[in-house]
Design a protein around this ligand. Sequence first.
Ligand code: GDP
Length: 425
Amino acid sequence: MIKAIVGANWGDEGKGKITDVFAQEADVVVRFQGGNNAGHTIINEYGKFALHIIPSGIFNEHTTNVIGNGVALNIPALIEEIELVKARYDKPFQLLVSDRAQIVMSYHVRFDELEEQRLSKHAFGSTKSGIAPFYGDKFAKLGFQVAELFDLEHCCQKVDRLLDIKNTMLVHLYKQEPLTKKAIMDELQAHRDMIAPYVGDVIAFLKQAHKDQKTILLEGQLGALRDPDFGIYPYSTSSNTIAPYASVGAGLPVAIDEVWAVTKAYSSAVGAGPFVAELFDEEAHELRERGGDAGEYGAKTGRPRRVGYFDCVATRYGVAVSGATHVVMTNLDVLSFLKEIPIIVGYDTPNFHQDRFPNITRIQHSKPIYNTLPGWEVDITEITDYDDLPKNAKAYVDFIEQQIQVPIHWVSNGPHRRQILKRIK
Ligand code: GDP
């Protein structure tokens, strides 16, 4: 059984928690794209963890955690995260890194910072983890796969071409000191030594696991609206976040049985770009402070997230482009303070459909069209059976399900692993 867990929105939907719940019964959890530029928050009996690169199945002894070829692998960040997990979790864990994953180099991070600085007020709000320069190099054939680290002579030949290009930019565009061959070779060697214990042939491993009918989870990062093809490009990330890409980025080229799209009961987004749902001032402040497990602040950067009410237009599109078969709605408990809950049911976009998610040039002119439903105004975090939710909370979920056109199987009513209500059993 292969399941993908992806975000239906702008990221931060609570995928980490949902993967952690699923992972308890999974044999394998695979990260298939992105790098350490976003965070999954997991709260379990060992404490609270913000995982940026380690797959969310790490807290289950029987689960093999895989970093697939589609990931932007920052090796020092991975090792640091392993140490953080080990400090509070003393059981053994299994981690396998694809020999085809490419590595984030320190100059990727530097280029990311320099470009954001150069763009100044037009910056994208990058987390400055080097992700865009990394994927740029991957497709320009300037990157290094993990396997290449084990043949440094081969790497040495590639470095000359790399230096021509990088140093032209560093010196002439950014007015910085050039990189040296020695520094790059030293870094590659250090990366090799750190990653060596974890490297393996992920394609062969996953093929066998699939043949043995293991349960395999493919864990996405960010959300559909950050996909470079289908999202709000260029305010997107640099790797495909949608489920159809999961087979490619994991290294498991077979059909996915179930696609679970995670959506939040309201909207949140970090970074720049069009965000039709955005609220401001007091209304935004209240929702932001009550959101998530400790307010809506980026797991990676601590930046305040932009917030708004649930957006049916964006989420219907988000679940559709991922081919979602199941939806999980998280953070329903956060809305308990509202007397009435507005929901975006359409976009007012000049000369365009109200129910469609517009392209980047149109969306800048879109205004939200709201419907309002009554709130429930009681704490729902202790409820353990979906049927016991207040009538208005269930009506809220029913309404959204009708709008997004994919069944909402589970509802999450708190950040903890146990706070999951199974609506469709
Ligand atoms: P991810 O990147 O999709 O895993 O999402 P994040 O972990 O960045 O953000 C989700 C936030 O919501 C985290 O603070 C979670 O602890 C929190 N969270 C997840 N599900 C729920 C829920 O049902 N209710 C509340 N209050 N918080 C939740």
